[in-house]
Design a protein around this ligand. Structure first.
Ligand code: GLU
Length: 492
């Protein structure tokens, strides 16, 4: 394959959408796989809707995901003159023409064509063959005009071989002479996009199927501009369970990459999830390292049909697609603990839970405690919420744990302080001794050991379930364990 040059050209009119991120990821994977280049181009031509905030958000989102680019960011507006020059060239070389028809003329013709039930109701080509004199006359009269592309009057069809969808064609005679420059002199996005892709020597265009309405016209533009047509690969859309496109308006923040950043996702876990929304390895594998994914990624394995984002609004169990949560949990449990430590550090700093000693003399303790508690966790947030009792004293015990393990036993208000006194008296507070004392106390009080142990778990860790009780006691440490057991009455 000759040099692979792909691009990600977001329009900066909002946050980085997970659909856009998925497109960026696939381009990135394809570039990496073929030792190619990924070009980042900000398509800011729509001045009314483009914002700096959106540009910053998109760049931050890509960086957070770990999607780096080789060139850019270029800004489409910087090339406005080139876009205009390309339109002039198309006119001067006979591939486009000035059209002086007014909106009223066009509306009236369209209505008449519809009334006559004509199969084609688009532009009828009135200005396609104006003579040079006629054009000069109209220009002298200052009649406003748009520039239309002159679709070749050929038999047959124009098309391209889509890497995902196969051959896509449209008969020449079904394509209207489409507008490429508005009456205010501004080239249409469809043309700017092609001019930029030619200048950036883009070899493959990997983008969403929502852009397919432009592709045939763009193929005609490439040909007219004398440039090689890139390879196209159109990715499926991502729909919700009701088959509607996922959007902020209907689904809220879950469609934005920053939502996942704010909800404790591991960047690569989100990349892994997003790739699987529209691409498949051909077997049931689900977890891929960056190297693996780069190696096995192919355009041919992009799914043809739309992918489903499994999200039910107001489902208290899942705040986003459960598969995304599950993949994140798998990473959380399997990643080297030092890497998890670095990610939790950022969370803790933001939460005010960070202690400098976690990077110093308590580093070992910090990492082994993370390792101990991570088993049931789903997001990085869980360390500061569910796992808070390991790192701070201001934790709120889970209500279901209090209900189940404390409320039923008023006596625990006396029994747990008794256990605290025994722990305090231990010269060697180790797992074995802690267990022996707890069991001994239960026996003396003629209680099932579970009453003491579950009560202790609730008071010391704040959770109904978690790692082995005695591992947890050791991680939390004697002083904190004793203080919490003594204070049990505060909780109910
Ligand atoms: N600027 C377009 C968008 O943000 C991308 C167009 C393209 O990929 O060709 O959707």
């Amino acid at each position: 394959m000759s040099e692979v040059r792909v691009r990600f050209p977001p329009s900066p009119t909002g946050y980085l959408h997970i659909g856009g991120a998925r497109t960026a990821i696939c381009n990135w994977l394809f570039a990496k796989k073929h030792n190619g280049k990924l070009i980042l181009r900000i398509e800011d031509t729509d001045a009314d809707r483009s914002t700096q905030e959106s540009i910053d958000g998109i760049l931050d989102g890509l960086k957070w995901l770990g999607i780096d680019w080789d060139e850019g960011p270029y800004f489409q507006t910087e090339f406005a003159e080139e876009h205009v020059a390309a339109a002039h060239r198309l006119v001067s070389e006979g591939h486009a023409y000035k059209c002086f028809c007014t909106k009223e003329d066009l509306d009236a013709k369209r209505e008449a064509a519809m009334a006559a039930k004509k199969s084609q109701v688009g532009y009828d080509g009135t200005c396609r063959n104006l003579s040079a004199d006629e054009i000069a006359q109209k220009e002298n009269d200052h009649i406003p005009y748009v520039v239309r592309f002159k679709v070749p009057a050929r038999e047959g069809a124009v098309g391209y071989d889509d890497k995902v969808l196969g051959r896509i064609e449209q008969a020449y005679r079904e394509i209207d002479d489409f507008v490429i420059v508005r009456s205010n002199g501004k080239p249409l996005y469809l043309l700017c996009n092609v001019v930029d892709d030619i200048r950036d020597r883009i070899s493959h265009i990997i983008r969403g199927q929502d852009h397919m309405t432009n592709t045939i016209k763009q193929v005609l533009l490439y040909e007219a501009l004398g440039a090689p047509v890139p390879v196209f690969a159109h990715m499926p859309l991502t729909l919700d369970l009701k088959k509607a496109k996922i959007s902020k308006r209907s689904h809220g923040e879950i469609v934005a990459v920053h939502f996942y950043q704010q909800h404790g996702f591991i960047p690569w876990a989100l990349v892994n999830f997003l790739v699987l929304l529209g691409w498949s390895p051909g077997d049931d594998r689900e977890i891929f390292s960056p190297e693996e994914l780069i190696e096995i990624f192919t355009l041919e394995r992009i799914n043809k049909s739309n992918s489903i984002f499994n999200f039910q609004k107001d489902d208290p169990k899942f705040f986003t697609d459960p598969k995304a949560i599950n993949i994140n949990a798998q990473y959380l449990q399997k990643m080297p603990i030092e890497e998890i430590g670095a990610l939790v550090k950022e969370e803790f700093i933001a939460d005010g839970l960070w202690d400098e000693s976690y990077d110093g003399d308590k580093k070992q303790w910090f990492l082994s405690t993370l390792d101990l508690v991570r088993e049931r966790f789903h997001t990085l947030k869980d360390f500061a919420t569910t796992g808070r009792a390991y790192f701070a004293d201001d934790f709120e015990p889970e209500k279901r744990a209090v209900d189940k393990n404390l409320l039923k036993h008023e006596g625990l208000k006396e029994w747990l302080p008794m256990l605290a006194a025994r722990y305090e008296a231990l010269t060697d507070f180790n797992q074995e001794n802690a267990e022996t004392e707890a069991k001994k106390l239960a026996e003396e009080l003629e209680l099932k050991p579970g009453v003491i142990i579950n009560g202790m778990r609730t008071v010391v860790t704040g959770c109904l379930a978690g790692p082995s009780m005695y591992d947890a006691l050791m991680a939390i440490g004697k002083d904190r364990v004793v203080a919490r057991l003594k204070d049990v009455a505060k909780l109910y």
